[in-house]
Write a protein that binds this ligand. Sequence first.
Ligand code: PMV
Length: 306
Amino acid sequence: MTVGTACGKIILFGEHAVVYGRPALAVPLSQLRARAFVESRAEQGIVIHARDLKRDIPVNDSTVDDALATITRLTLNKLGVTGNLEITVESDIPVASGLGSGAAISSAIVRALAAHFHQSLAASEISALVYETEKMYHGTPSGIDNTVIAYEQAIRFVRGQPITAFQIARPFTLVIANTGIASPTKITVGDVRRGWEQDKARYETIFDDIAEIVARAQDALARGENLLLGELMTRNQRALESLDVSSREIENLIDAGMRAGASGGKLSGGGRGGNVIFYVADERAEEVRRAVVEAGAANVILTRLF
Ligand code: PMV
């Protein structure tokens, strides 16, 4: 049996505007992973067992419009192979919560299949394959999820441009709190699109504001001026609120975190649910964790970024 794994991800700054050509900063979340296991089987055909979804997906039935079946077909095609296979997938990453679960599961399948057939694929090739399934989840994805997950490194992402790494001069703790509300990115991305179509000038101004926040954040991270990050997160959150992708639950968690001493916070990913992130001085991180749990967070992760 061969195994492939892939990390989750967090967008630090720039979601939504990134769909419209502005930059965004994202980091891998290596402690949360999706895993895929591939083995040959005696019976004909390929089946995927999606453990968490408690679902079996027949890959050979081309009428099955499923992202996991699609990534399997695309990968086999890319590798130039076929086989009778059993693929099992499982994931620690909550779905529809802005942590990249869809792209992570797809990347894990690509890696496990490549390993099974003793081939290796470059990160850019994995990213390109996974982008095809991101379109099924997202509608018009920027490509940030598949990129940060396939490369598993902190990236500054601009649609259609070569990716660049960004520097984190001084490590810090990020508090990630889950609202517990699953919110498909396709819906918020679609709503932003409709808003933009109705009032392009207003939306473009908001996207420009977000681009400036991203540039400042990148600069602050590179200089180790971490204190600025909180302020910039809060400013990015305001811009996301004006795009109407925030929600009462998100803002409740942010308020609770701020009262407990976070320097700033914002939603991360598609919004209206999913996760909220906080910049917190190390000595306040536990207090912020407690406060957001009390305020109703479904779960909280503390992760060190460096
Ligand atoms: O997958 P999510 O929920 O983290 O959202 C991705 C970020 C968006 O900018 C909202 C969409 C995109 O394709 O970039």
